[in-house]
Write a protein that binds this ligand. Structure first.
Ligand code: ATP
Length: 302
């Protein structure tokens, strides 16, 4: 394999303005200077994996515009192979974010080019799929595109899905997941709206839908990993949380990479929890993702 991880997913420019008060209908408020950050779950996961040292490629679509160049630059700076990033067809995806002093935000997402990443694009990327040990996806691109990834997955390639934003999934997608990685909200939607009992019960309910394994992330409570053999709790590393943005993406990328390297699920998830923990100690998404040395240097309870 040439790549430890191929991420198939979204790339967005996050346009952030601080405001005293988020505007209501028909209202205009003045805000801070605009900050533009590279984001989107696909782009975030690719940067997170590459920064840890994984040989990483990204299959995504951006617009032929400044935001697209910003995203390509941030991928390349992290060491991601961007030969699979398609350019044009629509403006780069954008998230318009207003944040008030309490940290509450309002977000409008324009999927733009992410919505134009098609099943045909996946077919054209066949060679890339064949060179990758693990393929990970999220749901900020069309579901039919994710379905095509699953259909074209070469024998022996592992598929990892973080179904965010969540929706109910076709059986063939669920059956390919190893693991399906969800937080509580995503777990509830995937399960069809009902979730009873403990996180272990949720994981078992999701496992019954067909995935080979399920990981439930629980923020500061850590995570749990469920396979046919049983469920294992993975404690969080105790840290001073500054900004949890991107923690899930960092965790997912690290877990996908380590599982692909052949690590046992519990060991891989413990490593991913350390990566997620470093990410929450720093502001921002991509800029908060650690290198392998920074993960190794992390103190705290293990
Ligand atoms: P996101 O906000 O990025 O969508 P998520 O809801 O998908 O995140 P979380 O469960 O918040 O995912 O975080 C993923 C992992 O990161 C957790 O399982 C945990 O290991 C680690 N983590 C998250 N928050 C904290 C925290 N406050 N302290 C320590 N570890 C954390």
């Amino acid at each position: 394999y040439d790549y430890d991880l191929l991420v198939v997913g979204s790339a967005n420019a996050d346009l952030v303005i601080g405001v005293e008060r988020r505007p209501g209908a028909g209202e205009t408020v003045l805000g801070s200077d605009l900050a533009v950050h590279p984001g989107g779950k696909g782009a975030n996961q690719a940067v997170a994996a590459a920064r840890l040292g994984a040989r990483t490629a990204l299959l995504a679509r951006v617009g032929d515009d400044g935001n697209g160049r910003l995203l390509l630059d941030s991928q390349r700076a992290a060491g991601v192979d961007t030969a699979g990033v398609l350019v044009g067809g629509a403006p780069t995806g954008v998230a318009l974010i207003t944040v008030d002093p309490s940290g509450d935000n309002s977000i409008v997402v324009s999927p733009g080019a992410n919505g134009r990443l098609t099943p045909e694009d996946v077919r054209a990327a066949d060679p890339l799929l064949g060179r990758s040990r693990v393929v990970s996806a999220q749901l900020e691109i069309p579901l039919e595109t994710v379905v095509e990834v699953v259909r074209r997955l070469p024998e022996g390639t592992r598929f990892v899905l973080n179904p965010s934003p969540p929706r109910e999934l076709p059986e063939e997608v669920l059956a390919a997941c190893d693991p399906l990685i969800v937080n509580e909200h995503e777990a509830r939607v995937i399960a069809g709206g009902e979730l009873a009992g403990s996180p272990e019960d949720w994981a078992r309910a999701l496992l019954a839908l067909g995935p080979r394994s399920v990981v439930v992330t629980l923020g500061a409570e850590g995570a749990l990993i469920a396979t046919a053999e049983g469920t294992i709790r993975v404690p969080a590393v105790r840290v001073e949380a500054v900004d949890t943005t991107g923690a899930g993406d960092a965790f997912t990328a690290a877990l996908a990479w380590k599982l692909g390297c052949g690590e046992e699920p519990a060991e891989a998830a413990a490593y991913a929890a350390r990566v997620g923990a470093v990410a929450v100690t720093r502001a921002g998404a991509q800029v908060s993702f650690p290198t392998a040395d920074e993960v190794a240097a992390l103190g705290g309870d293990r």
